[in-house]
Design a protein around this ligand. Structure first.
Ligand SMILES: C[S@@+](CC[C@H](N)C(=O)[O-])C[C@H]1O[C@@H](n2cnc3c(N)ncnc32)[C@H](O)[C@@H]1O
Length: 281
């Protein structure tokens, strides 16, 4: 059972469940409130696999960051970074290269406040930063991220947009947003993303995923599910890194221990999510 956070950062909306806080609860964190937990419990009741799917997404993030760090990427821009939990980007990057740099961005005040506390306590403020902002404001976010002094815009950057693009509908022009970030990235940078899909069937007979999607309409951020083709288009202008666009459990599972992902190895489509990494030539 989660404990209620002891303080409420300014700007937190406790009238509606929030996807960052629901996701934190799915992952076993404590940066969530009763309204988020009630929502999460209802989603699990409808489609029990939803919690494991959240964990699988987080595990891909870990594998992807570890892979990029091993390729020599030393700086990361993590958009929609979420509430800090096990295996944060800066920690994984630091474990490969202790000089790594990371800027986190999220629009949920709880995620930002907790990231700030974590970085102040355990990070290195010359190499790590967190920004409160909306990643859809591409130029503003890029400018603020570079103004932190943490990232060097002339060197390759690992751009991470994991488990986030499905919060953007057609009116947000998510493909346009991703393309604008790609234009700003220096050559040799990487783009790491994952996305929910309803392609393929669920593992357990009746498909309740659409019901969960509808439940998210009651939260502060509805979900927009995409096909493999729509997800693949996010990588236009990038060279896909092997194994390309795959179900999350098929993406380099030998890179890092991924216990939740292991549950889907026999039936990858049941993970309900695609993953890929691209390199900007
Ligand atoms: C499902 S969580 C994923 C967290 C993390 N990227 C991961 O993969 O573990 C989605 C995050 O995206 C954030 N988010 C959603 N829309 C956003 C926006 N427009 N700007 C910045 N962050 C956003 C949410 O607040 C939440 O923290």
């Amino acid at each position: 059972m989660s404990q209620e956070p002891q303080y409420v950062p300014e700007g937190v909306d406790l009238d509606r469940p929030n996807p960052a806080r629901i996701y934190d609860w799915f992952l076993g964190g404590s940066s969530n409130w009763a309204i988020d937990r009630e929502f999460g419990a209802k989603a699990i009741e409808t489609f029990p696999m939803v919690k494991t799917i959240a964990r699988v997404g987080r595990e891909f993030l870990g594998r992807g960051v570890q892979y990029l760090a091993r390729q020599g990427v030393t700086q990361f821009l993590d958009l929609g970074s979420g509430v800090p939990t096990v295996g944060n980007v800066h920690e994984i990057a630091d474990s490969v290269n202790p000089d790594s740099r990371c800027v986190y961005v999220d629009n949920e005040p709880v995620a930002v406040a907790h990231s700030r506390v974590l970085l102040e306590r355990q990070g290195d403020l010359t190499r790590h930063a967190v920004l409160h902002g909306d990643l859809r404001n591409v130029e503003e976010i890029w400018e603020r991220a570079m103004d932190t002094g943490v990232l060097n815009p002339t060197q390759p950057i690992g751009l991470i947009v994991c488990g986030v693009l499905y919060f953007f509908g057609p009116d947000d022009d998510p493909h346009g947003i991703v393309a604008r970030y790609r234009e700003l990235l220096p050559a040799g940078s990487y783009f790491l993303a994952s996305h929910l899909t309803f392609d393929g069937g669920p593992a357990d007979g009746e498909d309740k995923r659409e019901e969960v999607r509808k439940q998210y309409n009651q939260s502060s951020a509805p979900l927009f599910i995409r096909t493999r083709e729509e997800f693949t288009r996010f990588f236009d202008g990038y060279e896909l890194v092997d194994p390309g666009v795959v179900w999350i459990p098929q993406w380099r599972t030998d890179e890092r221990e991924s216990p939740a992902t292991a549950e889907f190895l026999d039936n990858p489509p049941a993970s309900s999510a695609f993953a890929a990494v691209g390199r900007k030539p």
